[in-house]
Ligand binder design. Structure first.
Ligand SMILES: [Zn+2]
Length: 255
């Protein structure tokens, strides 16, 4: 792990989370030495990027090939009216740099193909899938399984959200393909079906929390469990999820 020192300013900036015995100075140092890749800077990626930057995750790798559109602003709170027309990555660089100039930001403005995605995943400790389509989710999952990197996966549509953590370092953990490989409603995007802002904010905030837990090493990660959020009825439900021993992506990786 990289050597990293907390300045007096850092001790103040992060004081409210350093106060927690689960984090403390050691956890803060671990966050500062951590690198996370955020795939997608939209409704889910917004709270993820904002909270991870504010919490002092040392290096955030930001991937999105899209530009900010007026229709994004209802839920993608990382961006503002002045950034309409800008690339989402550039908009994010401005905002995140203003929130926390102590962290390093790495930009991926072009769409990631198989090779560049593998390189981007290899360069970090953890990946957050904040994308909005099945093809990207499958590609990100395959890259994480191949590189043995934990994946914090979230999805939201209409008034429903889902969240899970897939960790190939854990022999019992399923991968994204184990759950969703047979296709689902995932193909439906927010632009077609609609979504409310606070719901993607909620799922993204939970993704950020899972990432902080995994990076700083505290709590019980959402591995082997799928959290289902019903925004209409204000209900959270949890399903146990298992590895598919015949999974085309992760089978055979754990002897
Ligand atoms: Zn699998």
């Amino acid at each position: 792990m990289a050597v990293f020192v907390l300045s007096d300013d850092d001790l103040l900036r992060y004081s409210r989370q350093i106060l927690l015995p689960q984090i403390d100075v050691n956890g803060q140092l671990r966050l500062g030495a951590s690198r996370a890749l955020i795939v997608g800077l939209g409704g889910l990626g917004s709270p993820v990027a904002l909270y991870l930057a504010a919490a002092g995750v040392g290096e955030l790798h930001l991937a999105d090939f899209d530009t900010v559109d007026l229709t994004n602003l209802q839920r993608q709170v990382l961006h503002d009216t002045a950034s309409v027309g800008l690339s989402k990555v550039d908009s994010a660089l401005q905002r995140l740099g203003a929130i926390n100039p102590r962290i390093r930001l790495v930009a991926h403005r072009a769409a990631l193909d198989e090779d560049s995605l593998a390189a981007a995943v290899a360069a970090v400790d953890l990946v957050l899938d904040c994308s909005d389509n099945f093809a990207t989710r499958e590609a990100v999952n395959a890259a994480c399984v191949a590189a043995n990197k934990p994946l914090v996966s979230g999805a939201a549509i209409r008034l429903e959200g889902q969240l899970s953590v897939f960790d190939p370092r854990d022999a019992a953990s399923p991968c994204y393909h184990c759950l969703y490989g047979h296709g689902s409603e995932a193909e439906l995007t927010c632009s077609e079906a609609g979504v409310v802002g606070p719901l993607v904010g909620l799922v993204g905030s939970l993704q950020a929390l899972e990432a902080l837990k995994l990076l700083a090493g505290f709590g019980e990660p959402l591995v082997g469990r799928l959290l289902l959020i019903d925004g209409l009825g204000s209900r959270f439900r949890e399903l146990r999820v298992k590895r598919d021993p015949a999974c085309a992506v992760c089978a055979g990786r754990h002897g």
